[in-house]
Design a protein around this ligand. Sequence first.
Ligand code: SF4
Ligand code: SF4
Ligand code: SF4
Length: 330
Amino acid sequence: MTMAEPRMEGLKAELRKESRRVQLNFDELKSGGFIKQTQKDLFTVRLRCPGGRLTSDKLHKAAELAQKYGRGEVHISVRQSVEIPYVHYKDFEAVTKELAQSDWAVASCGPRIRVPTGCAGCTWNPNGLADTQAMCQEVDKRFFGTPTGHHKFKVSFSGCPIDCFRTREMDLGFQGMVEPRLVEELCNGCQLCVKACEESALHMEKDLPVRDLAKCNSCGDCIKVCPVDAMVVSRKGWLARVGGKHGKHPLFAYEVAGYLTEAQALNLIDKTMPWYREKGQGRERIGATIGRVGLDSYIDEVCRPLGLEVIVAPQERQKYWAGGNLYDGH
Ligand code: SF4
Ligand code: SF4
Ligand code: SF4
C-alpha cells in the first residue's frame, strides 16, 4: 500500500458519508412535499388539494408561485394535487411562507395518511350516491399527516360503483352504495328498471320486478329511471374497502363492510391506524399486513368493535345483499 492510499480510502469514506447525508435530506424533503427532480437543485412542490377541490383564489396563487419560483407551469398529479415544478431549494422557505399567508400548505408524503382523493360525488355528478367531497375535506382536516409507522396510506372516495377514484386500489377506499326497495302498489310493470339495470339483476315475475341479490351492485339506476317512484331508496351508505394499492406489486382491496354512515367511515380510518401500527412490519402496506396476518384479524379487531355490517367472504355476497341482513360470519 502506498502512503497516498489510506488518504484516498478516507476521502472515499467521507464522500460515501456525504452522499448518504444528501440522500437522507432528499428523503426528508420528499416526505415534506418537496420532490427532487432530475435537474440539479430543483424540486417539484406538491400542494395540498383534498378531493382535488380548489378555490379560484388558490388557483391564482399556484399560478403566481409557479411564475415567481418555477418556470410558469404547474402539473396536476394523478392524486389531484397541483404541483409546481422547477423550484430551487433555496426558495422553499419563501414558498412555504407565501402558501401559509394564503391559508394553504405543501402536501407531505412519507409514511403518513396522505391527502384524500375523491370524485364530485353527489355534489354535482348525477351518478353520485354519496357526498365524497364533504368526506375528503373532513378526512383531510382530521387525519392528514397522521404517521402510520410503516408506509404511505391512501384514502379515496367514489360516489358510486363506477368507482372513478379506484377505491379498490387504496389502503382504505369508500364507495357510495344504495339499496333499492320496491313499493309494489305503485308499480305499473313498465319494466324500465329491468332495462336500465346493467347487471341484469332485475327480472319480471307476476308483472313486478324482482332483484337478484347476488348480481345487484347497489348503483341505484333502477331508482332513477322509475317514472312513478315505485322503486325507492331503502338505505344509502359507504362500502368500505381495505388493503388495495397500485404500483409495481398491485393489490386488490378487500371489501370489508357495507352501508357505513359517514361517522362510521371516519371511525374506521381512526381505528385502522393503531391496528396497522401494531401489526405492520417494516415498510409493508396495510394490504400486505392483512395478507400476512389474515383478514379475520382486521375484521375482528377493527370492524366488529365499531358495529359495522361486515362482509367476511366474497362467496357470502348473496347473503350480504339479502334484505340488508349482512353476513356476520357466524
Ligand atoms: S364514481 Fe360515480 S359519482 Fe363519482 S365521478 Fe365516477 S360516475 Fe360520478
Ligand atoms: S341497484 Fe343497480 S344493480 Fe341493483 S338492481 Fe338496481 S339497477 Fe340493478
Ligand atoms: S320502473 Fe318502476 S314502475 Fe316500472 S317496473 Fe320498475 S318499479 Fe315498476
